[in-house]
Design a protein around this ligand. Sequence first.
Ligand code: GLN
Length: 199
Amino acid sequence: MVRKVSIGVLGIQGAISEHIASMEAALKETNTSGKVFVANHKEKMTDIDALIIPGGESTTISRVLHKSDLYNIISERIKENNLPIMGTCTGCVILSKELSDNVKDVKLLNAMDMQVERNAFGRQKESFEKPIDIQGFSSPYNAVFIRAPIIKKVWGKCKVLAKIDKKIVMARQDNTLAVSFHPELTSDLRIHKYFLDMV
Ligand code: GLN
């Protein structure tokens, strides 16, 4: 049977079109047939096999998720364990179970056994690019960090995939992937392909 996948990119904020372009290129290069589209309301959400949550601002994204019915739809599918999700930057924050600053205005999806610290490398002007080693990748990956979070600790089923010094910047739990940087802003498609393999 020919594999056909529908991948939604949460359409609230952030580099939505860049994620769509990267995932479309990943589909093409892996000869996978499928479609990638903006998922921003209920009808689109029910149609997806996988979801990407882009970067942006965690307070804004979580507020919009909550005000719409999207939070409940995504949570339900996480509970049934049938929705592969990749969260990048803010997406990584939203997938976590705990925030180190404990703010109450960011409602988390509680999908991964991890605690996240927001803006852990400082402000916008402290944004940077750095080659990092990722478990399973045969050569370093040039990662773009923009006001990036870090994963402060993991427990349970959550596994660390990459670190900068002692700071965790990529982790996986079953079919959920958290990336603290922006894979959609480089031409290296390995992270989108890695996620595609999880779908
Ligand atoms: N610092 C932002 C947050 O708290 C994330 C920034 C980004 O996604 N580039 O969500």
